[in-house]
Design a protein. Structure first.
Length: 132
């Protein structure tokens, strides 16, 4: 069995890495502080806007990543899929995270959200197009 790298496989791995990075950001950047912060300070931290935004971004990525990863891995196993459809979900997912965490600081980011919907729609069409 020979394994060939594809854009779909690379994109799936990048989605998993993105989800892992956000999980580490939440655990190392926030949750681990329960070990040394006084209770009131920890409560204030988890009630802060930055915590709520980071948590919402992590949740969003973890909601979307399974669909993207499953579709991309399927395309990889079929030796199918275009580079645009493989990279679209990665770019839109990263754009969503950056826009919410860095650019808009939690405010709505409708362009990046809509781009994610379109990327998933394109992936669905690509996956469905593999049926014989």
């Amino acid at each position: 069995l020979q394994c060939v790298m594809s854009a779909a496989l690379t994109a799936a791995c990048l989605h998993m890495a993105h989800a892992l990075a956000l999980g580490l950001m939440m655990s190392v950047g926030y949750r681990v502080k329960v070990l040394w912060l006084p209770r009131d300070d920890f409560k204030a931290m988890i009630d802060s806007k930055s915590f709520k935004v980071a948590s919402a971004v992590q949740l969003n990525v973890n909601e979307w990543s399974p669909y993207f990863v499953a579709g991309l891995l399927y395309l990889h196993t079929q030796g199918a899929g275009s580079n645009l459809v493989a990279w679209g979900p990665v770019v839109t997912s990263l754009a969503f995270s950056v826009s919410k965490l860095v650019v808009f600081h939690g405010k709505p980011a409708p362009l990046s959200s809509t781009a994610q919907y379109l990327a998933l729609a394109a992936l669905i069409v690509e996956v469905y197009g593999t049926h014989r």
